[in-house]
Structure formats: C-alpha cells, structure tokens
Design a protein around this ligand. Structure first.
Ligand code: UT7
Length: 327
C-alpha cells in the first residue's frame, strides 16, 4: 500500500504588503530585503481571518482537485505553529467549517517543518491501513505574531495555506523516504517567548512584546543550509538515489540565499528548484504545500517524477523527504 498525493490547493489572503509598504513601517529598503532574502511581497490575513479559515479554503481546492468531498475524508491534519486557539486544535475547527463529521482532526506543530513532519506521519498512517483519505493542510497566520517595530523579523514572513489530499494507492506513488530531526538547546533562536504555560501573559511581558516572534536570523541561517543538505542526502540515500535523480526540489521558502546555497551544495541546478518566496515570503508550515500546489498547477510535476523536499525552522527542527509524484 502506498500513500499518493491526489489533490492540492493553496490560498493566500488578498491583502499584499510590498517591500515599499514596509519602508513606511520600519527602517528598511526594497533593495535590502530583495538582495538579502529574495522577498518582494507577502500576503497578510484580514482582521478576524485566522489559520482555520485559510486552511479550509486551501482544503476545498485540494478536495476539488482530487474529485472528493469533505464527507470522503477520514482525517484532517493541520500543520501550524499559529493556531486559531490554544484549545481546540485548528484541525477541529477546519473539520466543522468543511462539514466533515466523520473525520478525525489534530494539529502538528514542528514550526516551519510542520508540513513535512505531518506528511511523514500521515503517509505512514495511510500505508498502515488505519486511514484511507487524509486532508493535510499547512497553514499559518504568522502576521499575528510579528513585531512590526522589528525590521529583523517583520519583513520576512507572510500568511498563507496549502493543502494536499493523501490517499491510499496500490501504485508506487507518494512519500518514499523521510528523515526528521531537531537540534537540542536551540529553542530561543526562533521563538514566541511568552503567552503559554511556561510564561503566561502578564502586563510586563506584554510591554516587553514577549508574545511576539523573536529570531536570531544569522544563527538560524548557519544551521539551515547544513541540515537541509544533510537531510536531503540522507533521504535520497535511503532510496538509492543521488541529487542527479531529482526532477524537482521543493525546499522550505525562508530565504532565497539559503535555497541557493543548499541547491549549490547538492549540485541540483536552480532550474530544478521551485521558488516562490518573492510572492509570499516565509509562510512557515505553509511554504511547501503552497509550492506543491503552484508547481502542480504550473505543470512542473509529472507522473513518476522524483521530488525532493527539505525544510528547517523553529525548534530548531529540520526535515527532508523523497516523493514519487503522481495520483
Ligand atoms: O523558517 C526559518 C525562519 N528563519 C530563517 O529563515 C532565518 C534565516 N536567516 C536569514 O534569512 C538571514 O539571516 C536574515 C535575512 C534574517 C538576515 O540576513 P543577514 O544577511 O544574515 O543579515 P544580518 O542579520 O547579518 O544583518 C545585517 C545588517 C544588520 O545591520 P548591522 O548590524 O550590520 O549594522 C541588521 O541590523 O542588516 C540589518 N538589517 C536590516 N537592514 C535593513 C536587518 N534587517 C534589516 C532590514 N532592513 N529589514
């Protein structure tokens, strides 16, 4: 039994924030942002629009592509680090919005790696026979955690959702190998310090903006390339392949320089690397499913193609996978 991706969809909020808009908010420039990150604009959720809303929109498109309705789904998983609520899960809210009463629902939080962690888990569940059809979303409303006075972070992130349907198949399609990792003692390199059980919110923490995302970008950068390269070589090796066998690489979109450095070390030509960071910025767990959806819609994925995924993010976590494309 295999677990093929049979549907895909993505959604980004209508509101677009360009680099020129950010020049009005913090001391930055279009030139700095583009040359250091590759980002030109990002989409920002409307007031009141949260992660479940975006995940639902992407999910509906994925269901349509797969020729399914919400009633056909056994399980809904949302990979997110920006849930609508601490309780219940965002997936439970998506289940109600989609009207999928027979589906189980849970969230997966591995920060920017959440989608790859969830794809690994869900594919194993489908291959094990416990579930047949899963709606897997990667969705984030990072804008609600951004400090709009901190130019080190606010220019980098955006909001979006991507979704795939993972379905049981007797064809050798879907995830063939995966490797998941986490680097000890790196939590404070990328975190939201307060607002949960360790540091409940109080006035002092609010005044210090500890409810907002903080990042040591340069340190994260160092770990990012190394872990994406090592992870990629590991998952390719597991299936007896090399970077030369990769038809399309879909990396986490955090910084164009990280993507280029990773591709260079792997010797995968940039023409075979999917990049959309210019349009969305870093949308954390949504980057890979949005990229899958865009790549599929652009005709860049063909039946039997070898697709390499690599991601890293808060934790610090990292993840990689090799997938054979096709329904
Ligand atoms: O999904 C995982 C999420 N995290 C990441 O992907 C982060 C990975 N790291 C990065 O992408 C890069 O480290 C950044 C884009 C965050 C920063 O790029 P960098 O080339 O590492 O710049 P830097 O941190 O070394 O900063 C260079 C300078 C600093 O000025 P000084 O101290 O040299 O005078 C910063 O203050 O650039 C300054 N700077 C800015 N200038 C204009 C930082 N942010 C900005 C900005 N506009 N937005």
């Amino acid at each position: 039994m295999y677990a093929a991706i049979t549907g895909w969809g993505h959604y980004a909020p209508e509101k677009v924030l360009t680099n020129a808009d950010l020049e009005q908010i913090v001391e930055t420039s279009d030139e700095w942002i583009q040359s250091r990150t590759g980002i030109k604009r990002r989409h920002i959720a409307a007031p009141g629009q949260a992660t479940a809303d975006m995940a639902t929109r992407a999910g509906l498109l994925a269901l349509e592509e797969a020729g399914l309705t919400a009633k056909d789904i056994d399980l809904i998983v949302v990979a997110t680090t920006t849930p609508d609520l601490l309780l219940p899960s965002t997936a439970a809210l998506v289940q109600s919005k989609l009207d999928a009463p027979q589906a189980g629902a849970f969230d997966m939080n591995a920060a920017c790696c959440g989608f790859m962690y969830a794809l690994s888990a869900v594919s194993a569940m489908v291959r094990g026979g416990g579930v047949r059809r899963v709606l897997l979303c990667g969705a984030e409303t990072i804008s609600s955690y951004l400090n709009w006075e901190d130019r080190n972070t606010c220019v980098l992130f955006g909001d979006a959702a991507g979704a795939v349907i993972v379905e049981a198949s007797d064809q050798p399609r879907g995830l063939q190998s995966y490797k998941l990792g986490a680097i000890p003692n790196t939590a404070e390199m990328l975190w939201v310090k307060a607002g949960a059980t360790l540091r409940p919110m109080n006035q002092e923490r609010l005044d210090n903006k500890e409810q907002l995302l903080q990042m040591n970008g340069a340190e994260v950068f160092k770990h990012a390339v190394r872990s994406m390269v090592d992870g990629s070589l590991n998952v390719l090796g597991q299936v007896g392949k090399t970077p030369a066998d990769v038809d399309l690489m879909i990396p986490h979109q955090a910084n164009l320089r990280i993507i280029e450095a990773t591709a260079k070390r792997l010797e995968v030509p940039m023409e075979q690397v999917f990049v959309n960071i210019h349009e969305y910025g870093n949308t954390s767990a949504a980057t890979i499913p949005v990229a899958i959806s865009e790549a599929a819609r652009a005709g860049r994925l063909h039946d039997g193609d070898t697709v390499l995924f690599a991601a890293f993010g808060g934790g610090l976590t990292w993840a990689a996978g090799v997938l054979t494309w096709g329904k």
